[in-house]
Design a protein around this ligand. Structure first.
Ligand SMILES: [Zn+2]
Length: 71
């Protein structure tokens, strides 16, 4: 009767060519999509696009994100 929550296991693609984060200046290893965990959060928040590029209002968004993160 016990309910089991089986999360699908992610298999790593052996032929991945890029395994460092796509964000500018970041050399961390990829955790999600093309980003490290931190920059994946940035991407979700709209701080960077999926190519890791920053928008023109990045500074403003980054400040808001830092405040949100600290809260
Ligand atoms: Zn990164």
């Amino acid at each position: 009767m016990a309910k089991e929550n089986k999360a699908p296991q992610q298999t790593k693609t052996p032929h991945a060519t890029i395994d460092s984060c796509a964000a500018e200046g970041c050399k961390k290893h990829v955790e999600r999509m093309h980003f490290c965990q931190e920059h994946f959060d940035w991407y979700k928040e709209g701080l960077i696009n999926k190519r890791g590029q920053r928008p023109s209002d990045f500074d403003k968004k980054h400040q808001l994100w830092l405040r949100k993160k600290a809260a």
